[in-house]
Design a protein around this ligand. Structure first.
Ligand code: NAD
Length: 249
């Protein structure tokens, strides 16, 4: 465990009560960062904050939806009060509301766009106002293989995740002058509560298409985010880095 890698850094990980976000928050804390724990689920957020504190890092809980502009504003006010600044933003929170295009309701469409796309806009715009005052910073967005290839029944999710790729590339150009890097991680099929809901026979079909022959773990994604959040990745920006076992080559 190299606690020097991110020592003295403050990282906000959205939606980190479970799954990939939890692995990211824990890994960044193990690397020395203090963590702002965000989720809509208060219990899981508080439990994780306790685990991070047990690692010897500072952790504050800021619950609320990333898709709610006012909740995001309140979260960043708390971050300024508690930590004074932010070094690393990981836009991880995401949801699915799957349906084939012809059956998709406005509600299913809007919910996914609100959290997975507008939520990234709200958090990033607010964070940049804080990070800008420093001369370095890291933004890591969670997109998806679905944003790269499309996927049956996920037109809302694919649109949002492809939008996140557009945000990443544009913001990398806008923030380069401040030495702030902006990258996205594109997971393939990762074993989390989100994918646990998928019926077994569909899971097996997906796994058959993965050259490495297995689902990824949240830790696979967390290790990549740790690297992108560190000084070691200072010359990488505007990139969409796949972590998918070869699912999309
Ligand atoms: P998950 O459903 O297991 O966990 C998501 C977390 O986000 C939960 O703790 C949930 O409470 C929280 N959350 C949901 N809505 C929120 C909101 N509005 N505001 C704040 N928090 C909210 O999901 P996961 O599999 O860990 O996925 C994490 C990210 O990785 C998502 O952006 C997802 O789209 C992306 N991703 C996942 C996979 C995969 O195979 N699991 C693949 C590609 C991309």
């Amino acid at each position: 465990m190299n606690t020097d890698l991110l020592a003295g850094k403050v990282a906000l990980v959205t939606g980190c009560g479970r799954g990939i976000g939890k692995a990211i928050a824990t890994t960044l804390a193990q690397s020395g960062a203090d963590i702002v724990v965000n989720d809509i689920d208060v219990d899981s957020a508080e439990k994780l904050a306790g685990e991070i504190a047990a690692l010897g890092r500072n952790a504050i809980v800021c619950c609320g939806s990333v898709g709610d502009r006012q909740a995001v504003n309140a979260m960043f006010t708390t971050i300024v009060e508690e930590f004074g600044a932010l070094d690393i933003l990981v836009n991880n929170a995401g949801i699915t509301r799957d349906n084939m295009m012809l059956n998709m309701t406005d509600e299913e469409w809007n919910q996914v766009i609100q959290v997975n796309l507008n939520g990234v806009f709200y958090c990033t715009q607010t964070a940049v106002k804080m990070i800008n005052k420093q001369t370095s910073g890291r933004i890591v967005n969670l997109t998806s293989v679905t944003g790269q290839t499309g996927n049956l029944g996920q037109v809302n999710y694919a649109a949002a995740k492809a939008g996140v790729i557009g945000i990443t590339k544009t913001l990398a150009r806008e923030l380069a002058r401040y030495q702030i890097t902006v990258n996205a991680v594109a997971p393939g099929f990762i074993d989390t509560p989100m994918t646990a809901a998928i019926p077994d026979e569909i899971k097996q079909t997906v796994i058959k298409d993965i050259p490495l022959g297995r689902a990824g773990t949240p830790q696979n994604i967390a290790d990549l985010v740790k690297f992108l959040s560190s000084d070691k990745a200072a010359y990488i920006t505007g990139q969409i880095i796949s972590c998918n076992g070869g699912l999309y080559i």
